[in-house]
Design a protein around this ligand. Structure first.
Ligand code: C5P
Length: 222
């Protein structure tokens, strides 16, 4: 199966502060984005990669891919105003022949070959999409205007990560419609009535949003 990866890296990362977009925040002396590009480029599962870069950071992204000798990076596109718009822009560069698309957040640097293999496997069983998940360990409450209105039963709730894998045609159809309110790709596939499987994620696939997350991920890099 020909599998293309989309890396969305166009977020501003305002919570991280600094003078550059999150994808270019320093992680062990390199841009955060380097980690995802290098790992996806080295993956036996992946044929080619499209990166959605922050506006104005297209050239540094191309240079980064060159420095990493990441020959699978086939295109760098300008990201959109939302994650979903960035995915849509990147998908436009994925050729019709691609059967499978994996979408990954650059903000989750520690993507592994194991988790890529796990999200790909259920596609062969007829699923439209597959998401890696982790159990919720905290109690979850619904809150209105600072007051708890409900404690939610968490037994059938999971937190969802990336990389997420999809039958490419289904993902394209999902991105052909309204993108409003979609915080991940699977949400749009679900709206179409697509079947989405869950597989175990990885606690180290945390999404870097704060300086503390960055330090934590850096410590895991060893
Ligand atoms: O903002 P958040 O951290 O939830 O974004 C998740 C991923 O989506 C990040 O890798 C970020 O770079 C990407 N993103 C994007 N374009 C946007 C917003 C977020 O590519 N407009």
């Amino acid at each position: 199966m020909s599998t293309w990866a989309v890396v969305v890296a166009a977020g501003a990362g305002e919570r991280l502060g600094g003078d550059r977009p999150k994808a270019f925040a320093a992680l062990a002396g390199r841009p955060l984005l380097a980690e995802s590009i290098e790992r996806l480029d080295a993956s036996d599962w992946i044929e080619a990669i499209v990166v959605a870069a922050p506006t104005g950071w297209e050239e540094p992204t191309i240079l980064l891919a060159e420095e990493l000798a990441a020959g699978k990076v086939a295109a760098v596109v300008t990201g959109g105003a939302t994650r979903a718009e960035s995915v849509r822009a990147a998908l436009a560069e994925v050729p019709r022949e691609a059967l499978v698309a994996i979408v990954h957040d650059a903000a989750r640097p520690l993507v592994t070959e194991d988790v890529i293999g796990r999200v790909l496997a259920p596609l062969a069983e007829g699923f439209d999409g597959v998401v890696p998940c982790v159990a919720l360990s905290d109690t979850v409450k619904r809150v209105e205007r600072g007051v708890v209105v409900e404690t939610v039963d968490r037994s059938d709730l999971v937190a969802v990560q990336t990389p997420q894998a999809f039958v490419c045609d289904v993902l394209r159809r999902a991105y052909g419609g309204d993108l409003a309110g979609a915080t991940d790709c699977a949400a749009l596939v679900e709206r179409l009535g697509g079947r989405v499987a869950v597989v175990p994620g990885d606690p180290r696939l945390v999404k870097v949003t704060s300086a503390t997350d960055l330090a934590l991920v850096e410590s895991w890099l060893g």
